[in-house]
Design a protein around this ligand. Structure first.
Ligand SMILES: N[C@@H](CCC(=O)N[C@@H](CS)C(=O)NCC(=O)O)C(=O)O
Length: 78
């Protein structure tokens, strides 16, 4: 399962959402506005308070950086 820690108003997150939709992947949105419990969890698992952050449990992969995420999705699922 793919999880995306993200915010609706984040342009970097929007790029990643577009790629997930283009590839017709099922994914879960972990909406993580500042100050939210989800944001605390993101810091714990990723080490930074930055979105987007992708977790791909099926491949044991997680990463920040929208361009890296898009490249990963294309390579893995494209
Ligand atoms: N280079 C990063 C930039 C990501 C970025 O700047 N995200 C902003 C939101 S648009 C962020 O996480 N800001 C800190 C915060 O919201 O706490 C990428 O392309 O993913």
């Amino acid at each position: 399962m793919i999880e995306l820690y993200q915010k609706e108003d984040c342009p970097f997150c929007a790029k990643v959402r577009r790629k997930l939709d283009d590839l017709q992947l099922d994914w879960i949105s972990r909406t993580s506005p500042k100050g939210s419990p989800q944001r605390e969890f993101l810091l714990k698992i990723g080490g930074k308070e930055m979105v987007p952050f992708l977790v791909d449990q099926d491949h044991g992969t997680s990463m920040y950086e929208s361009d890296d995420i898009i490249e990963y999705l294309e390579k893995t699922y494209g």
